[in-house]
Design a protein around this ligand. Structure first.
Ligand code: OGA
Ligand code: MN
Length: 275
């Protein structure tokens, strides 16, 4: 191993040390980082402020970058990046933007090919609040009671940006609102490890193929309640200079959405495609 990996959470999340991510990674280090990413699901690199170009280069070491569905955050210089912010156009901290991502979800699960990974790099973080939570969906599946698991196996669920929620739809851009439904297996094999995990989530899942709404919602709610158990989770408290990358194929994440001091919170964000 050319790198050092320190576990931060029992279920997932590890810090990688001894790697300068502001420069292209030597091939051996890149492979080791990717393996650590597969093993730990969420990686953090600390105390390394990056330029936008540096962030593109770092994220590209995990795969091809894909522009996000929400256009209004596009980075002025790099269309592979967005600036994730809780501020509106006037620079004011916006309560709607502050709540984005505060439901458990995976990114781009509403696409035919869900994202491989998402990476955030700190630009500005609040003095209090604004943490990000992660949950290991391999673990959730592996520890799941057989009676629940057997109801999920072999089933597909449907996904759409925003899921079933009508709230906030008015604030979505046209391409977000008009996104078609896509279906994925509820118990889904990971494209690299082939391990299975729970793939449905409370934010973007709409229903279960072949079930009426009542039955589907009951099954989904029961699944979510299981997957939300604290033993599958880890919390990341941001520090300036952090870069985090998570595996979307086997982890949920959510913003805590709390910002008691109403301070700006901004990240460079890249999405790694899985094809
Ligand atoms: C995201 C996301 C969580 C956060 O960038 O996809 O959900 O804490 N972020 O901002
Ligand atoms: Mn997200």
């Amino acid at each position: 191993m050319s790198i050092e990996v320190r576990k931060l959470g029992d279920a997932l999340l590890a810090e990688v040390v001894g790697v300068d991510i502001s420069k292209p990674l030597p091939e051996e280090a890149r492979k080791d980082v990717y393996q650590a990413f597969l093993d730990n699901v969420v990686l953090v690199f600390r105390d390394q402020p990056l330029t936008a170009a540096g962030m593109v280069q770092f994220a590209e070491s995990f795969g091809r970058l894909e522009p996000h569905i929400t256009k209004k955050y596009n980075h002025p210089e790099f269309d592979q990046l967005i600036v994730l912010t809780n501020q509106n156009e006037k620079g004011e901290v916006d309560p709607f933007e502050s709540k984005r991502g505060n439901k458990w979800h995976t990114d781009m699960c509403y696409r035919e090919v869900p994202a491989r990974a998402t990476s955030l790099h700190t630009l500005q973080i609040p003095d209090a609040g604004g943490d990000t939570l992660f949950a290991n969906m391999y673990r959730a599946l592996e520890a799941m009671p057989a009676s629940l698991r057997s109801r999920l196996e072999g089933r597909k669920a449907t996904f759409r940006y925003g899921g079933r929620a009508a709230d906030g739809q008015a604030r979505l851009e046209k391409n977000e609102q008009q996104a078609p439904l896509v279906a994925h297996p509820i118990v889904k094999p990971h494209t690299d490890t082939r391990r299975h995990s729970v793939f449905v989530n409370p934010a973007h899942t709409v229903g279960v193929v072949g079930m009426d709404d009542g039955e589907a919602l009951e099954l989904l709610e029961e699944t979510y309640a299981w997957c939300m158990r604290p033993e599958f989770r880890a919390r990341h408290k941001w520090r300036f200079g952090d870069t985090v990358i998570w595996d979307n194929r086997c982890a949920w994440h959510k913003a805590t959405g709390d910002n008691p001091l109403r301070q700006p919170r901004r990240f460079l964000r890249a999405t790694v495609a899985d094809n």
